[in-house]
Design a protein around this ligand. Structure first.
Ligand SMILES: Cc1cc2nc3c(=O)[nH]c(=O)nc-3n(C[C@H](O)[C@H](O)[C@H](O)COP(=O)(O)OP(=O)(O)OC[C@H]3O[C@@H](n4cnc5c(N)ncnc54)[C@H](O)[C@@H]3O)c2cc1C
Ligand code: FES
Length: 295
């Protein structure tokens, strides 16, 4: 993990108030593993003191050598973040232009580390990525990684409107099929994505599946219930509010199975990715619990 000041290369607007921010991070990019995140600091703004946590969406491959050119870089150096404007911090991020500098603490957290799930993945017929809204940002890198390893994958992606269905183009090369859903019916299935997911699980009870899920709390909980009902493996990436991102402030703690100190784990350090059956899925286990952080 490195705490660096990095340069903005591009801040590309997408639909629905989403952006892809490309940062020149030559020390951090090669160290990133799927499912990890970064903390972004906007300089010169005393009204946004805390860094904002963002999943690492993509690490574009290093440039391939051009004929006759000196040795090309073999290490990636760009970190891409896919974000949505929801408040002060993300609004300021949207104003960044090429050449601006931001503080970047990365890579952070225990992501979708293959040593944790490969034995289960090898038992499975298919990996299902289940994304809710901006949760899609946490799933692209694991999907790329799993595609390289030859796993069959499918995406279930739900959002409010079609403008929120971002990142699909990047996902497509790595999966065999996708199911899109919007709450207002502007694209794909009309309603929550958990409904077509339930249909799929019902039709394929003979398949062993590993679900990788990221999205809002209610969607996570509904998906975890389905995984439990259909006895499928399930990994969740949690997005709690964070103070430090480093395991110090304890503000991101969630309830997990266990007693005493073992009943709490930090999303920023032990997570953000957990096996679903490790987490206590009762209402009040997230930032609404009173451990909330504000600046
Ligand atoms: C590990 C992790 C990875 C994340 N990855 C991404 C990502 O890839 N792209 C992205 O756009 N966002 C991501 N988020 C959420 C992102 O951190 C928040 O949207 C952001 O911090 C909001 O900052 P703000 O100043 O714009 O909003 P604020 O003014 O602080 O809050 C505005 C609104 O956003 C809500 N909000 C604030 N923090 C969060 C949060 N952590 N989760 C959900 N809602 C929140 C608030 O409750 C409020 O309603 C991630 C969060 C975590 C913990
Ligand atoms: S954000 Fe401070 S301990 Fe996790």
């Amino acid at each position: 993990m490195y705490d660096e000041t990095v340069k903005v290369l591009e801040n590309r607007p997408l639909s629905g108030g989403h952006f892809v921010l490309s940062l020149d991070a030559p020390r951090q990019a090669p160290a990133v593993r799927p499912g990890q995140f970064a903390m972004v600091r906007i300089f010169g703004r005393s009204d946004v003191l805390l860094r904002r946590p963002m999943s690492i969406f993509d690490i574009p491959a290093a440039d391939s050598p051009k004929p006759g050119s000196p040795r090309a870089e073999s290490q990636p150096r760009v970190i891409q973040l896919l974000y949505k404007i929801v408040g002060r911090g993300t609004r300021l991020m949207a104003e960044l232009t090429p050449g601006d500098k931001v503080g970047l603490l990365a890579p952070l957290g225990h992501g979708f580390f293959e040593e944790d799930y490969l034995p289960q993945a090898h038992e499975c017929d298919e990996i299902l990525h289940v994304a809710g809204g901006i949760g899609i940002a946490a799933l692209l890198l694991p999907a790329k990684h799993l595609a390289e390893a030859g796993f069959k994958q499918r995406l279930f992606f739900g959002a409010r409107t079609k403008e929120d269905l971002v990142g699909v183009k990047e996902f497509k090369p790595h999966i065999s099929a996708m199911l899109l859903a919007t709450e207002n019916g502007s694209a794909g299935y009309r309603g929550y994505v958990t409904r077509p997911l339930e249909d799929y699980l019902t039709k394929h009870t003979n398949k062993k599946l590993l679900l990788m899920v990221c999205g809002p709390w209610a969607m996570l909980r509904a998906t975890v219930e389905l995984a439990k009902r259909f006895r499928q493996y399930c990994l969740v990436s949690m997005e709690n509010r964070m103070g430090c991102g480093l395991g110090v402030c304890l503000g991101c703690s969630i309830r997990v199975q266990g007693t005493g100190h073992e009943a709490y784990q930090r999303v920023c350090t032990e997570g953000p990715v957990f096996w679903a059956d490790k987490v206590v899925w009762e209402t009040g286990n997230t930032r609404e619990s009173g451990l909330g952080i504000r600046d």
